[in-house]
Design a protein around this ligand. Structure first.
Ligand code: F7E
Length: 323
């Protein structure tokens, strides 16, 4: 039997690397698009485990000919569109680039998909940032919650989400949206709050530094593990009907709770080390996220294996091996 072929945009990111490992275990042929970076080592630093078994292709979400070429060469059965400028605060500094990549980029890859491999299945990495500060009365975001984004990143993701839905309806494509809430791991970039807190706390414990500078500590997030969430991506794409799903834990914690857990795990008091720096605040903040994953649980039988605590334990263990 011929192997299924997957094409992952954003393969060099946290989710791309875990997804490629997951699909290789399922015996897929895995291809991914990477951008040219001047420090070549950074292009695939998260792909060390798999680089000999996957095929990477140079391309960019704003470079339409490169997407056309790669999709024509690979002829994928499944396309996972994970490529994005993924940092919400930085999207305020580079709004134009963010919209080009995270919104127009979706249109570019959808066009390549529709014209070259319309029988393939398509997954779009949609985000809880699309909800902005909308919350249902019971304190949860669900598929019917209005999308009122509060960042260039969120605005771009809403357009991408709507394009995918529209292409599904207009052209009968198997195009799906996964609305993923925050998901982390040891492979998370160190400028996202979980990894920043864990890495710095471990460094404080080791005597390498003494303080941790943060922005808003009162915002709340629904944090899960990337490994659990890439499993959900595969389930969403392989569900018989193309559809939309929320992937979340249904638990919410504040940045302060995160600091409290991580520092006390290391026998430290976060209050003695954390200082606020306005540099890390956002012009407009998304205050609260708590997702309702019941549809993914019921229809896909998806269950997360990690909790907030075991996720952070995994990250602490990782950074302890690095000091
Ligand atoms: O911020 C607060 C910050 O940058 C979380 C991306 O994967 O999830 C992620 O976006 C919270 C915010 O993630 C610092 O203000 C305080 O309230 O880790 P983050 P995010 O913005 O929620 C969504 C679902 C995505 O789709 C995105 O791609 O933490 N916070 N102090 C801080 N955040 C950062 N980064 N750095 C701080 O010093």
């Amino acid at each position: 039997m011929t192997k299924k072929r997957a094409l992952i945009t954003g393969i060099s990111g946290q989710d791309g690397s875990y997804l490629s490992e997951y699909l290789l275990d399922l015996d897929y042929e895995v291809h991914g698009i990477i951008r040219r970076l001047s420090v070549a080592e950074n292009q695939d630093s998260r792909l060390k485990e798999t680089c000999s078994n996957i095929e990477t292709h140079y391309g960019d979400m704003s470079d339409i000919p490169s997407l056309t070429r790669v999709v024509s060469e690979v002829k994928p059965d499944e396309i996972y569109n994970l490529a994005a400028m993924s940092h919400v605060r930085i999207s305020f500094d580079i709004p134009h680039y963010t919209i080009q990549t995270n919104a127009m980029g979706v249109l570019n890859i959808l066009e390549a998909y529709r014209n070259i491999v319309p029988k393939a299945k398509f997954y779009q990495a949609s985000s809880s940032e699309m909800f902005g500060n909308s919350v249902d009365e019971d304190g949860v975001q669900r598929l019917t919650t209005p999308m009122t984004p509060v960042s260039p990143y969120g605005c771009a993701k809403v357009l991408g989400f709507n394009l995918v839905r529209h292409y599904r309806h207009a052209y009968g494509l198997h195009a799906c949206n996964g609305i993923l809430f925050n998901h982390e791991s040891p492979r998370r970039g160190a400028n996202f709050v979980t990894n920043k807190v864990v890495k710095t706390a471990v460094h404080i414990k080791a005597g390498l530094t003494d303080k941790l500078e943060l922005g808003n500590m009162d915002s709340k997030r629904d944090w899960g593990h990337s490994k659990d969430y890439v499993r959900a991506m595969h389930m969403i794409v392989n569900h018989d009907v193309p559809d939309e799903f929320i992937v979340a834990t249904g638990q919410t914690n504040s940045v302060r709770d995160l600091c409290e857990y991580v520092f006390s795990k290391l026998d430290l008091d976060y209050k003695e080390h954390v200082v606020q720096n306005s540099k890390f605040m956002r012009p407009e903040e998304l205050n609260y996220l708590k997702g309702d994953p019941s549809k993914a649980r019921e229809v896909l039988k998806w269950e997360p294996e990690y909790t907030f605590e075991t996720l952070l334990d995994d990250m602490i263990e990782y950074w302890q091996t690095k000091v």
